[in-house]
Design a protein around this ligand. Structure first.
Ligand SMILES: [Ca+2]
Ligand SMILES: [Ca+2]
Ligand SMILES: [Ca+2]
Length: 285
């Protein structure tokens, strides 16, 4: 009697276990499909007309890109070649490198390849850090700084030292970009230094490049022009928001910025190394 009852108990337990296992699998699958909603999303309908929804006209494209030499027709032809379609043609990022299609177009990079030049750094990462996204390895973009009001149009040197005394060598060849500060047009504080005066016997053609920096006023414009090896030219325009003189170690000079900011610095008063004249500007396009 007791043997049968034990056997029956054992069988019942087995059935119970199997039943719970079945229920667990069944409800697990139900949960996955219906509650987590893993059904594949329906593909959005695409039509050429949809392009017009986002890119209104040439002006809109030029304003968003910060360029005045591109046209909607050129962009659309490029988009067609690259088989880009859909409502988010302009702002889409099919290769998921963080660069929307219109910026891929501006930089001449491949909208369907996250690493156009194949150097393991993504297009976006290169641009963010001042590298040329369409030129392998350590190649930086070539940069010029133009301040029309002062008649300044000088090359910018990507300095590889953060010791100001060592930057003197770079200042022989133009304006010097402080290492680890923001790249042109990018979020952060881009710091650029230039001579206001130097010894008569000092080398280089840029010994007085920033002698008139104090003539700049709030609202004046500074253009930072970047040139890539593939011929793409991008002009970033900054508008001056602030001007002050201070000691060389003032934290306001080096403070990071949540927006694309340009800080120009030079020795002040002219002929001395006592203070710094600081001009700060914000990216407008
Ligand atoms: Ca992209
Ligand atoms: Ca890309
Ligand atoms: Ca790359």
């Amino acid at each position: 009697m007791s043997f049968l009852s034990d056997n029956l108990k054992f069988q019942l337990k087995k059935v119970g276990l199997l039943a719970s296992l079945f229920l667990a699998v069944f409800f697990g699958a139900y949960y996955f499909v219906n509650i987590l909603d893993i059904h594949p999303a329906p593909r959005e309908a695409t039509s050429p007309e949809a392009v017009q929804d986002v890119i209104v006209n040439n002006e809109e494209l030029q304003k968003r890109a910060g360029q005045d030499k591109i046209s909607l027709a050129d962009f659309q032809a490029w988009a067609k070649i690259n088989k880009l379609t859909g409502k988010d043609l302009y702002d889409g990022d099919p290769d998921r490198d963080g660069l929307p299609n219109y910026l891929e177009y501006i930089h001449g990079t491949d909208p369907n390849n996250a690493d156009t030049d194949g150097d393991i750094f993504s297009d976006k990462a290169e641009i963010t850090n001042g590298y040329d996204p369409d030129s392998k390895g350590e190649a930086m973009t070539t940069v010029y700084i133009k301040i029309e009001k002062l008649g300044v149009d000088a090359p910018m040197v990507w300095s590889k030292t953060d010791v100001e005394a060592n930057m003197l060598k770079d200042l022989e060849n133009g304006l010097a970009h402080f290492m680890k500060t923001a790249a042109p047009g990018q979020v952060g504080n881009m710091i650029v230094s230039g001579h206001s005066s130097n010894y008569i016997w000092a080398k280089g053609g840029y010994n007085h490049i920033f002698k008139d920096l104090n003539n700049l006023q709030i609202g004046d414009l500074v253009t930072v022009k970047t040139v890539q090896k593939n011929g793409r030219i991008i002009n970033y325009q900054y508008k001056i928001t602030e001007k002050f003189t201070t000691t060389p170690d003032d934290e306001r000079i080096f403070a990071d910025s949540p927006t694309p900011t340009l800080t120009l610095t030079t020795c002040w008063p002219i002929g001395t190394n006592l203070k710094r004249l600081i001009v700060k500007a914000e990216l407008v396009k």
